[in-house]
Ligand binder design. Structure first.
Ligand code: ADP
Ligand code: MG
Length: 627
């Protein structure tokens, strides 16, 4: 019989298809199973309008059999089958989809689930098979036909025998090569795993012969291996089930089965959206930070399904970076997919879903904060940093979404508080939201700069994470209250009358001394001033202007930081005994003032946790005082 030729373009297309469209060979099984499921669906739709046809769900299934000896993998379905013309048109013309045509003809029917639309999936089987034989008998026909091809060279069609309506596909699996193992596609466990991975939620049973062992009859300890037919897929996906049928354990089990994490999720969301976009999603907030979470290796993303068929393992565009910790899946019917189903177009549909999901997650976190405080704090300890990065990144464009989710440790509560909690208990006269930065709470508590604020009884937020101050600078204010670093210029706290008088008197009389000190610290500080915030400590460093000392430290630690510098101010406590010594020295012995200035400056550096440029000089200075 004469071989019919594929058209020239078809040949090229087929080669391209086989070699480049799909990144993983194993998906051929998904494609063939999807086709079988489509074929059964077509009978189902026919039955809706054809009175002579009844759809008895139990007689429809897909069956997979592997024979290692002959290297033949068989997929049989009891679907609608193909006539001779259909074999010719649908399998002989690449990129022609009978399923798409069917869908168009039956558009009026609600909720069809047919998956096929590009007319290329079938050929993916050539990635693993040397030869494909399709024997099919169409619904309503007594004749069966056999379509056979060994790839790009073409195909033959012949008459065949087949007792039942449906399609059998025989794949002759390629022999192993040095680089590639094809045997795995004849291994029942491997096949079962592939079915589970991609086709678990196909709505018809996918049956497989699986060997199991059972006790041998008449013996006690002997086992024999038997072949047993199993349904491999779970058919109804959990996200299509009614929420009332599901328990928290159902979701936990799903989380574990899917290997989303080794922990138990803190919260799950089951979304069934049918507004502007129709999709189902199950989303999880994990409890523990994955070990690689804050590294380059961590990949965010949700599983993406189209009509119950997995098309992408990690669809990154479904999650904003600041919610990258969320695990789960999305299933949507009306996604426009490109031919490989593995590279989704960044289409409108997907963007809408992503936006929708973002709002759901935000809502879930807020309700967790409100109603499950303890869980929220666990979550925040694991992933709060990511939220703060989110506030800071992209020039603060997400801050409105995130500010209510932030928490910081507070001097009042000795626990995490939200900005809302802070602001709502601010005394009326308090102008700013105060914070202090440092490596730890203990360290910040000892900072001299905090004295005025805590003496006033104002609440202080501890910024112990490097990102904290950067994020807050992006935020600038919360509910019209600006943030204020306790080490920054003006704290907006009024001194009482007596203090003011003393200050004014001091200010002018000490000007010469401060100018002298400043000249000794040329290039190190911008000015030397009488402090308004110090109570018991003699000295501290603060910063005027935009950059805080903590930010300078962090920026300097970065590669290619250059010479960023905060505008530092050396503040002197004029009520401290040390200041009297300074004044006395200024009257009699300028060398001594130089020595004291250097000592005070170095003390201030130490308190700030800044490096001392010349430690030897510093220790020599101390010795000079002692001698
Ligand atoms: P698609 O599924 O995207 O349409 P395929 O290359 O996977 O493309 O399949 C091409 C066409 O072949 C299908 O549209 C369908 O008409 C037909 N077909 C493939 N497999 C089967 C099957 N098992 N039963 C009936 N028809 C099938
Ligand atoms: Mg297909």
């Amino acid at each position: 019989m004469a071989k019919k030729q594929f058209k020239a373009e078809s040949k090229r297309l087929l080669e391209m298809m086989i070699n480049s469209i799909y990144t993983q060979r194993e998906i051929f099984l998904r494609e063939l199973i999807s086709n079988a499921s489509d074929a059964i669906d077509k009978i189902y739709y026919r039955a809706l309008t054809d009175k002579n046809l009844t759809f008895d769900k139990d007689s429809y299934f897909v069956k997979i059999t592997a024979d290692k000896g002959s290297r033949i993998l068989t997929l049989s379905d009891t679907g609608i089958g193909m006539t001779k013309e259909e074999l010719e048109n649908n399998l002989g013309v690449i990129a022609k989809s009978g399923s798409l045509a069917f869908k168009k003809e039956n558009e009026a029917q609600e909720g069809h689930n047919i998956i096929g639309q590009f007319g290329v999936g079938f050929y993916s089987a050539f990635m693993v098979a040397d030869q494909i034989t399709v024997v099919s008998r169409a619904l309503g026909s007594d004749e069966a036909y056999k379509w056979e091809s060994t790839g790009a060279e073409g195909y033959t069609i012949d008459t065949a025998e087949k007792a039942e309506v449906g399609t059998d596909i025989y794949l002759t699996i390629k022999p192993n090569t040095e680089d590639d193992n094809y045997d795995e596609f004849l291994d029942e466990y491997r096949l079962k795993a592939i079915v589970k991975k991609y086709s678990d939620f196909i709505r018809y049973p996918i049956k497989m012969m699986v060997s199991t062992s059972r006790p041998k009859e008449g013996t006690e300890n002997e086992f024999e291996s038997v072949q047993e037919e199993q349904t491999v897929n779970s058919m109804v996906p959990i996200w299509r089930k009614n929420k009332s049928e599901l328990t928290p354990e159902s979701y936990e089990q799903f989380y574990a089965e899917k290997h989303y994490g080794f922990d138990k999720p803190l919260k799950h969301l089951h979304v069934s959206a049918d507004g502007a976009v129709v999709y189902q999603a199950i989303l999880f907030i994990p409890e523990k930070t994955p070990f690689d979470y804050y590294t380059q290796e961590y990949e965010k993303g949700l599983e993406l399904y189209s009509n119950g068929v997995l098309i992408m393992n990690k669809c990154a565009s479904l999650l904003p970076d600041y919610f990258s910790f969320v695990k789960g899946m999305v299933d949507s019917e009306n996604l426009s997919l490109n031919i490989s189903r593995e590279m989704l177009q960044h289409d409108r549909q997907l963007n809408l879903i992503a936006k929708n999901i973002k709002n759901k997650i935000k809502g879930a976190l807020l309700s967790m904060l409100k109603d499950e405080r303890e869980n929220y704090e666990t979550f925040y300890k694991a992933f709060g940093r990511q939220l703060k990065f989110g506030v800071y990144s992209e020039y603060g464009s997400h801050k409105d979404d995130l500010q209510d989710l932030l928490m910081f440790n507070s001097s009042k509560e000795k626990a995490l508080v939200t900005l809302d909690e802070y602001v709502s208990r601010m005394p009326e006269e308090q102008k700013y939201i105060y914070y202090a930065t440092g490596g730890s709470i203990e360290r910040i508590d000892k900072l001299p700069q905090t004295e005025l604020v805590t003496d006033k009884g104002y609440e202080l937020l501890y910024f112990t994470d490097e990102i904290d101050e950067f994020a807050i600078r992006m935020l600038m204010s919360y509910k019209d209250k600006e943030f204020k670093n306790v080490s920054s210029g003006d704290l907006g706290i009024e001194a009482d009358e007596k203090e003011k008088e003393a200050e004014n008197a001091d200010a002018s009389s000490n000007n010469d001394l401060f100018e002298f000190m400043k000249s000794q610290l040329e290039g190190k500080v911008k000015s030397v001033k009488a402090s308004k915030r110090l109570k018991s400590h003699p000295v501290c460093l603060t910063a005027e202007g935009e950059l805080s000392i903590e930010m300078e430290k962090i920026l300097r630690a970065m590669p290619n930081a250059g010479n960023v510098q905060a505008d530092k101010v050396l503040e002197i406590n004029v009520n401290h005994a040390v200041f009297q010594s300074l004044k006395d020295a200024f009257a009699s012995d300028h060398e001594k003032v130089k020595l004291y200035t250097s000592l005070l400056y170095h003390q201030a550096l130490l308190i700030e946790g800044l490096p001392i440029q010349d430690p030897v000089e510093f220790t020599n200075d101390i010795c000079k005082v002692m001698v």
